[in-house]
Design a protein around this ligand. Structure first.
Ligand SMILES: [Mg+2]
Length: 403
């Protein structure tokens, strides 16, 4: 079998809000076709136009070839060999950042194609020890442009998660720091108050995670708040500090009893080695697409296991990424939870509508996918609609005052 075609499509929701702390409003879908008429799909959570350009651009020399150019005629039943080929021969341009994100979407699509060609779900092909089930936590991002609206929305989603039967939920509290939701700008007291109210609402049994979206600029400021949060039995606090402040992460992780989680933005095992060995975080959060696909995510899971670290993969995308995350977790013994954006409480129509086969959650657990490949298929009508919305957004238009 040979790869004969690679297509890259940018999709955006029609009501895209660039003030929202919400990357599920867009995606880039990579479709890889074979000479046997089989197509694999993958996506990645980063700027979709940049990935499309990286995939489609040609290259003129052996240190920086184009990804599509490198894929044609390759055997999709050899994903690791293809990964090494892409990484090595695009390295001058692509060995970190968006270059690895593009390789990640491609790798996801190749494993999907490989699974469909052999009639097996991806997790059966990944090797490792199959887990009996996968436990999702509900990732809850409130809406609202005032603190009162944000609080009301968060509490309503927390109630929904408890009543639905999730055993764990993460509170997205993006109200302070550089990545606030709808430009809210609140203080530490509001963060503690929201956590306290959610704990009361969710009861003592549910696991609670808290994502503060890089809100503190130094570790001692973070530590003061984490000490106030310890009484609410928090499973982990995610990304309290800027992504590159590894010394701050090390000091914070060693000073608090709450687990520190990070890694959602990182590429390759090399960045995770730094995060684990220098940053000493307790929980690593590779995103299957962004870390470089299944091939690289498996390496991160193994390195984390060697160090006694917990893996809780990041996923904030469509049903494609949600399925990929479940397949990874299915063969990762140190994966305690996966992040799961429930379609029922997601604002993003891409999350709700792009794929037609939603993973089933029974009593708070995901059953292992049984269909070949990723086990999800694109909804063609939704795909066309979101592609048209992306075209409209991308077309240069004069600003009103210039018209
Ligand atoms: Mg996060």
């Amino acid at each position: 079998m040979k790869i004969t075609g690679v297509d890259c499509t940018v999709l955006v929701v029609p009501d895209c809000n660039s003030d929202a702390c919400d990357s599920s409003q867009d995606t880039v879908v990579v479709e890889i076709r074979s000479d046997e008429g089989i197509t694999g799909i993958g996506e990645v959570d980063t700027n979709p136009w940049v990935v499309k350009t990286l995939v489609e651009s040609p290259g003129s020399h052996i240190m920086s070839l184009g990804l599509k150019q490198l894929l044609l005629d390759q055997d999709p039943t050899q994903p690791q060999a293809i990964w090494d080929r892409l990484y090595t021969l695009s390295a001058m341009t692509g060995r970190r950042g968006a270059g690895i994100c593009a390789i990640g979407a491609i790798d996801m699509a190749i494993w999907d194609l490989y699974g469909k060609a052999t009639g097996k779900p991806v997790w059966r092909l990944l090797g490792g020890v199959p887990q009996p089930h996968v436990t999702p936590y509900a990732s809850l991002l409130p809406t609202g442009t005032t603190l009162a609206e944000y609080r009301e929305s968060l509490l309503a989603k927390a109630t929904w998660a408890r009543e639905f039967g999730f055993s764990a939920a993460k509170l997205e509290i993006c109200i302070k720091g550089p990545y606030t939701h709808n430009r809210l700008q609140e203080g530490d007291d509001a963060i503690v108050q929201l956590v306290a109210e959610c704990r009361q609402e969710m009861g003592p049994e549910m696991r609670i995670m808290v994502d503060v979206a890089y809100c503190w600029s130094d570790w001692k400021e973070a530590l003061r708040v984490l000490r106030r949060l310890e009484q609410y039995d928090i499973f982990f606090v995610e990304t309290p500090l800027p992504s590159d402040d590894l010394e701050g992460y090390r000091r914070l992780a060693n000073a608090t009893d709450i687990r520190i989680a990070a890694g959602e933005w990182l590429q390759t095992r090399y960045e995770f080695l730094d995060l684990m060995d220098r940053g000493q975080v307790d929980v690593v959060q590779p995103d299957v697409g962004r870390v470089g696909g299944f091939t690289e995510a498996l390496r991160v899971v193994q390195l984390a296991q060697d160090r006694g670290k917990i893996v809780v993969p990041h996923c904030w995308k469509t049903g494609i990424g949600a399925a990929a995350t479940a397949h990874l977790a299915a063969v990762s013994p140190n994966c305690r939870f996966i992040e799961f954006l429930p379609a029922a409480v997601a604002e993003s129509r891409l999350r709700r509508e792009l794929v037609s086969d939603e993973l089933q959650i029974v009593k708070g657990r995901l059953q292992l996918p049984r269909h070949p490949g990723l086990g999800v298929s694109l909804n063609p009508e939704a795909f066309s609609r979101f592609a048209a919305a992306a075209e409209r957004l991308y077309s240069p238009r004069p600003l009103p005052q210039e018209a």
